[in-house]
Design a protein around this ligand. Structure first.
Ligand code: DNO
Length: 354
């Protein structure tokens, strides 16, 4: 396995200089965050990130994410133009040495939480999801709240260009069923996977986060059966997974460890983090430690170790500790602790094997 760490680019307060001091990190997980979904990435921009990363000894093998334009998810006639752009971006990324491209197929929203800085007992704060708050919300009232600039709900995964057209998007998705979304995903994969096979890139889909439908929007990449369907839809090693323990783990019906064991060979990129689930469907993101949350992270790492996992791993969201002023979930300290915890487990297993 190769340990990696997400880096948001030159504006990230978690600089490459700092990341370099975390033991064991070999690559940065990156993206051109300024490029709107659907646009083709420029080679010069890609090479600039590569040069920056290499100066600190990091590879840029994993991109998270090349976002999929909503027209592709909606299956609109304009999708072909965006798919062509996507393919051109993949070709350029491969030229620069990229091996894995993480993406998701969630309509409208990426990862969704109801509170970004929920106070924990020890004084730290963490990302929190209150199920009732989302369930009881009328999406249109919600759109209005956003338009009026309400700060009550903050959704960190939102791209600014999506915010400006929320209402239209909700209207467009009103008639889109799960099956429509599946067939739009299939269309997209059948178009891009041959390019991936040719240039040597793995498309690694991220599970929907949380792994259940929100706001009545279709969400399809949520459980073992959906992963099975996805992988057999285009049965190629280039059609792969970003296996996210926290996203899958948000749904108590998912047995994350057995899912990892079942699909191990098709996992290109592992997001490892813990969450604590509550009986009412709420969850909070805890430290990575197994006993702090509902997911047995020791068993997760063991599953990867046992299968001789050669892909990429990154610690996922961290809490905000030691008064760090940081991007929600993406501070330095708790994620660095996460790296050390994961490597501690891995090294112990390695030693036991010898
Ligand atoms: C959140 C991330 C997601 C992820 C995308 C992948 O922290 O895990 O935003 O990057 O869903 O496309």
């Amino acid at each position: 396995m190769q340990m990696t760490f997400r880096w948001y680019g030159k504006d990230d307060p978690v600089t490459l200089e700092k990341i370099r001091q975390i033991p064991g990190v070999q690559g940065v997980v990156w993206a051109l965050h300024h490029v709107p979904a659907g646009d083709e990435w420029e080679m010069d921009d890609i090479l600039e990130v590569k040069a920056d990363a290499q100066r600190y000894g990091f590879n840029i093998d994993v991109v998270e994410s090349v976002n999929v334009h909503e027209d592709i998810k909606l299956g609109l006639p304009s999708r072909d133009k965006y798919i062509e752009n996507y393919k051109k971006t993949l070709e350029k990324l491969a030229k620069a040495g990229v091996k894995v491209v993480c993406y998701n197929f969630m309509p409208v929203f990426d990862w969704t939480r109801t509170e970004l800085f929920h106070k924990m007992e020890d004084g730290s704060t963490a990302l929190f999801f209150e199920k009732a708050k989302i369930t009881n919300l009328d999406p249109m009232a919600f759109v209005k709240e956003i338009e009026e600039g309400s700060k009550g709900l903050t959704m960190p995964g939102w791209e600014p260009e999506r915010l400006s057209c929320l209402k239209t998007l909700f209207e467009r998705y009103r008639t889109v069923t799960d099956e429509d979304l599946w067939s739009n995903l299939e269309y997209f994969l059948k178009a891009v996977i041959p390019t991936c096979e040719r240039v040597g890139i793995k498309m690694a889909i991220h599970q929907d986060d949380p792994s259940f439908s929100i706001f009545g929007l279709p969400r399809i990449i949520t459980c073992r059966d959906s992963l099975k369907r996805l992988l057999s839809m285009v049965d190629s090693p280039a059609n792969a997974l970003t296996l996210c323990t926290g996203s899958l783990g948000s749904n108590p019906e998912n047995d994350v460890v057995s899912i990892i064991k079942e699909f191990g060979g098709r996992i290109a990129f592992a997001h490892i983090r813990n969450i604590k689930r509550f009986d009412n469907g709420d969850f909070i993101e805890t430290s990575h430690r197994a006993c702090d949350g509902s997911i047995d992270i020791v068993e997760v790492v063991k599953a990867y170790h046992d299968m001789g996992f050669a892909g990429y791993i990154r610690p996922d969201h961290g809490r905000h500790i030691w008064n760090e002023d940081c991007r929600p979930g993406y501070g330095l300290y708790d994620r660095a602790l996460g790296v050390m915890y994961l490597l501690g487990i891995w090294d112990t297993l390695e030693k036991a094997k010898q």
